[in-house]
Design a protein around this ligand. Structure first.
Ligand code: HEM
Length: 411
């Protein structure tokens, strides 16, 4: 019997997905899950969703499907209150449900409107130039350079750090803390795995409390200073809310953009015949980026839990049941995308779920797009001979999936 004809059960597929090898290339495993239909389940106790329409619906149904807030964690991860990582995560907007989510999103959301993001262009372009200079110096001797550390991370944290008022000198030292915090988002068997995320979160919380004190005394032109003023005037946003959401913004605007930028550059280097168009045609760059989002997303899985009993595409879901939304699989659903396994930057009506949908739709989506489109053509202009110096490895993570290292030579 050939490998292909073996029908694996959903739990067996998830077991493989959670192995290190599975995370290096999860895409064949998603296709195995799809064989069970767009909504697979384990005896009705856990649902795994690979369909695009089904995932999109679930993300928009925040009345019946909850994000992982404190109440959900009481059900899913007893003892979580002893872990600083999740104590702080459940205070941010991403891991909240209404009314807390609406309150926090209203307060922080305006700063990332399309108009406000346009006004960030100068800062973004300045960071692009600075990181390209840094990369040129790092690879000047012709030896391979790690694109993740020397380019993607520095660029992403340079932008959000500049916006939040985190001094440039503090940014390089935050890399391991940010990475450790994203580990807390992985499916957790043994809560002991939270230890690095707990330590990192406690350190970062202390850092942001001190930043608040400094900027309250001496405000700057940054977003944090503006939020401190607004919070002090309105009285309905506490310092704890500020710290939790500043940490969310720092982590969300560093790790996922770092991973997506690395994936997008890798895909560009794998398609050298497209470089002339990527250098010259901004519309083509926008399409290329969207297809990179679809094809190799930096966030592969989102979790929701049923708030009540309800019917989901003909299936009975009972209150408290988890739904694992495999959005990276939904991005390759043949019912939504023709030839889904083909990388096609000219794809029409491309709307991957990489940035989510509904009320938790990524707050930084416009900023993330502007950041990549501002740097990718310039990277290819500046280093026309750049090539991959190896296949690159992926971290041992599936929720926040990205390259551990991606060696390139500048040429
Ligand atoms: C390019 C890379 C990015 C990706 C792939 C990404 C992905 C996501 C996803 C999937 C969610 C929603 C999760 C859910 O529905 O449970 C989300 C939410 C969020 N993202 Fe992003 N993001 C990116 C960049 C950014 C940037 C640059 C920022 C900050 C400026 C940001 C800030 C946020 C915030 C604050 C939320 C929470 C929104 C809410 O709960 O209402 N993200 N992001």
């Amino acid at each position: 019997m050939s490998q292909v004809s073996v029908l694996r059960e959903p739990l067996d597929i998830i077991g493989h997905l959670l192995s290190f090898e599975g995370k290096q290339d999860p895409y064949p495993l998603y296709e195995q899950m799809r064989v069970h239909g767009p909504v697979a389940d384990v005896a009705g106790a856990h649902f795994f969703v690979t369909g695009y329409a089904e995932c999109a619906w679930a993300l928009r149904a925040s009345d019946v499907l909850l994000s992982t807030d404190a109440g959900v964690q009481d059900l899913r991860l007893p003892g979580w209150r002893e872990h600083a990582s999740w104590v702080w995560l459940t205070r941010n907007m991403l891991f909240s449900n209404d009314p807390q989510h609406a309150r926090l999103r209203r307060f922080f959301g305006n700063a990332f409107s399309a108009q406000r993001v346009q006004a960030m262009r100068g800062l973004v372009e300045h960071q692009a130039e600075a990181v390209l200079d840094h990369l040129a110096a790092a690879g000047a001797d012709g030896a391979p350079v790690d694109l993740v550390a020397e380019f993607s991370y520095r660029y992403a944290i340079g932008i959000i750090g500049g916006l939040l008022g985190v001094p440039a000198a503090d940014q390089p030292g935050m890399r391991s803390a940010i990475g450790d915090i994203t580990l807390a988002l992985e499916p957790i068997g043994d809560p002991a795995v939270l230890a690095p995320g707990d330590a990192a979160m406690s350190r970062l919380a202390e850092y942001f409390h001190a930043l608040l004190a400094r900027l309250r005394a001496e405000p700057g032109p940054d977003m944090t200073s503006a939020w401190i003023k607004a919070a002090d005037e309105s009285g309905d946003v506490t310092d704890e809310d500020l710290v939790a959401n500043l940490m969310l913004l720092l982590v969300a605007a560093t790790e996922a953009p770092q991973d997506l930028l690395s994936n997008t550059v890798r895909l560009a280097l794998e398609h050298p015949h497209l470089h002339d168009r990527l250098r010259a045609d901004p519309e083509f760059v926008a399409g290329f980026l969207e297809e990179s989002y679809r094809f190799d997303p930096a966030v592969q899985v989102l979790n929701r839990v049923a708030a009540t009993d309800f019917e989901f595409f003909g299936r009975a879901v009972t209150a408290g049941t988890p739904l694992t939304l495999l959005i990276a699989a939904a991005n390759r659903d043949p019912a939504r995308f023709p030839d889904p396994l083909v990388f096609d930057p000219a794809r029409a009506e491309n709307q991957p779920l990489t940035m989510s949908a509904g009320s938790h739709y990524c707050l930084g989506a416009a900023l993330a797009r502007m950041s990549v489109t501002a740097v990718l053509p310039e990277l290819l202009r500046r280093f026309p001979g750049m090539t991959l110096a190896g296949p690159g490895t992926f971290r041992d993570q599936i929720v926040q999936r990205g390259h551990a290292e991606l060696p390139v030579v500048l040429g």
